[in-house]
Design a protein around this ligand. Structure first.
Ligand code: ATP
Length: 248
């Protein structure tokens, strides 16, 4: 059943290596077609939160030990990453993670691996990605490892789009990119949200940029949500300005 909420986390606890309690009861919701930001300093638990949703913690000896996660009306806490992708929830990891030795186009095509709707549909969607990302079209035959950081971030997002997601979990898209490129990336996020109805949960240290594009934000500190609210409210909040926006 389609409700107004696409994702909700209820009191999620994550432990690494059986003893290190890193998420201490995180709750958050993402409205359908929303753009929601998770903000906070390095180490606050943003990446862990995204990986808890997409079930990518096992490789790091992490485990969700409490709470529940509902995506698109269904409990997903025990689902494998690829089952989640098939249901429409995909993560774009921090650091972009393109296959450096493959071309941009080959990278995009790897994003279609969970699909069962045939080559014609995949080809059509590839063309759509090229419309949305003209830069990727120009660079389609370039080896990804030799493209710019911004192009690799676009490639990672474009590859995620090839799975036909309802929701993208986007980890630190601004990392290592010049401000103008970061702006370009967030404009793409806005366009995908607007034109393709993709919901976004974006983890960002760049509070300023994230709050310009998100409608709602959660601020994390040491494994807890310490504040949340409409992006506009957070941008004007004195504590947020002082601690996260660098303007006292
Ligand atoms: P970043 O901006 O670096 O991604 P973050 O807010 O996403 O920061 P996390 O990466 O989720 O934070 O880390 C949260 C806490 O969990 C940190 O204290 C970190 O040291 C710890 N941590 C992360 N991964 C592991 C792991 N595999 N084993 C033990 N502790 C970990």
């Amino acid at each position: 059943a389609a409700t107004d909420t696409i994702l909700s986390l209820n009191n999620i606890e994550v432990i690494y290596d059986h003893v290190i309690l890193v998420l201490k009861g995180v709750s958050l919701t993402v409205p359908r077609k929303g753009i929601v930001a998770i903000l906070g300093a390095n180490g606050a638990g943003k990446t862990t939160t995204l990986k808890a949703i997409s079930n990518l913690l096992k490789a790091e000896r992490g485990e969700v030990t409490k709470g529940s996660i509902v995506f698109d009306g269904e409990r997903v806490d025990k689902m494998s990453p690829s089952e989640l992708v098939r249901r429409g929830c995909i993560q774009v990891m921090e650091g972009r993670h393109c296959f450096g030795h493959l071309s941009i186009e080959e990278n995009l095509l790897t994003g279609a691996f969970t699909r069962r709707d045939g080559n014609a549909a995949i080809k059509r969607d590839l063309e759509k990605i090229y419309e949305l990302f003209p830069r990727l079209k120009q660079r389609r035959n370039s080896q990804a490892g030799y493209t710019s950081g911004g192009e690799q971030q676009m490639c990672a997002i474009g590859r995620a789009m090839m799975s036909k997601p309802k929701m993208i979990l986007l980890d630190e898209p601004s990392m290592g990119l010049a401000p103008q490129i970061v702006e370009e990336i967030f404009e793409i996020v806005r366009r995908l949200n607007d034109k393709e109805d993709v919901s976004f949960l974006v983890a960002e240290q760049n509070t300023n940029m994230a709050l310009r594009y998100a409608t709602y934000g959660y601020i994390m500190e040491t494994g807890r949500v310490v504040m949340d609210g409409e992006a506009k409210m957070l941008r004007e909040n004195e504590d947020v300005k002082e601690f996260y926006l660098g303007v006292a």
